[in-house]
Design a binder for this molecule. Structure first.
Ligand code: SER
Length: 311
């Protein structure tokens, strides 16, 4: 039987991915963990354990006690928050990944999922249809840690046969949990302003295109990748994955179709520079070829779905 431990389960992605994993493998198979005690409230349907991912002894103990077979290591500090504490972001993002990879190398777990990000790309990366293999010169500590992490994942696979799989997520948009301190968070927060009748103040300029993805597509891609036969996985660093590309002006227009009086104002801050250094759109041919990736949601379909649920 699979036993699946999720780190950072209380976060934006973790909250929804943990539910999907429980549906897929049964709630008995799931050990949700988070550093935040309050996260426990979200997990009345499965086991919950407190875990600071920098506490490697406790992580090892949980893996042994529950006879964990797979880890989804989601805990990380994202791009915007990371710039406020660069050295701690590096430590948390890297040390925790290396410990997870060591557990897999030692045969304590059989499979690892670890998210990478479009933040690994930088100012010299081609911005349109960014290829899988290209220039990567990240400007944020988050992006640097994700790029280094990708290299470690491939290294552990090549050297020790660790079955580690990864996706370079675009900005993830969901309505069930708050966003976690990233540069793409505006596209999560904008919907609630629209339904509460407030003017939305956007921290990016109106024509800033970024790759984005609706949460159900992100969950689908993650499960699909993790279930794919080993032989089909040709990328062991991290797969480019794409769904939608839009700017703040585009999402605003999409919402206006439902809320014609909705207003937006633009007040770019330090996140503008980060967003400008990231691609506008991503070429994910390899994911489509290797494990039949296909997204379901475009911008208008996502907008309609989110507004229907939160209105
Ligand atoms: N959504 C993330 C961020 O903005 C990108 O991986 O930091």
């Amino acid at each position: 039987m699979e036993k699946i431990l999720i780190t950072g389960a209380g976060g934006q992605l973790g909250s929804e991915l943990t539910i999907a994993l429980a549906e897929e493998y049964g709630a008995d198979a799931i050990i949700a963990t988070d550093i935040n005690e309050k996260a426990k409230e979200k997990f009345d349907y499965c086991t919950f354990e407190l875990l600071d991912v920098l506490d490697s002894e406790r992580m090892t103990k949980l893996v042994k006690d529950y006879q964990v077979t797979q880890i989804y290591h989601l805990a990380a500090i994202l791009s915007a928050v990371g710039e406020k504490k660069p050295l701690f972001t590096w430590k948390l993002n890297m040390d925790s990944l290396l410990h997870v990879l060591e557990l897999a190398k030692d045969g304590l777990i059989q499979k690892v999922y670890w998210p990478s990000s479009i933040a690994i790309f930088g100012t010299h990366t081609p911005i349109e249809n960014t290829p899988q293999h290209t220039v990567m010169d990240p400007t944020t500590v988050y992006g640097i840690s994700k790029l280094a992490g990708e290299r470690w994942c491939e290294y552990y696979h090549q050297k020790y046969g660790v079955d580690v799989r990864s996706l370079r997520y675009p900005g993830l948009i969901g309505y069930k949990s708050a966003a976690g301190g990233g540069t793409t968070d505006y596209a999560v927060n904008i919907y609630r302003s629209a339904i509460s009748g407030e003017t939305f103040e956007c921290f990016l300029e109106e024509d800033t295109y970024l790759p984005m993805m609706y949460m159900p597509d992100a969950i689908k891609a993650t499960l699909q990748l993790m279930k794919a036969p080993k032989e089909d996985i040709s990328i062991r660093s991290s797969y480019n994955i794409s769904a939608i590309s839009f700017s703040p002006a585009d999402i605003y227009q999409s919402i206006k179709k439902h809320y014609p009086d909705f207003r937006i104002s633009y007040k770019p801050d330090f996140r503008q520079k980060i967003a400008t250094s990231w691609p506008d759109s991503i070429d994910d041919t390899q994911a489509r070829l290797d494990w039949d990736w296909q997204n379901d949601f475009d911008l208008d379909k996502m907008t309609a779905d989110i507004l229907k649920h939160i209105a």
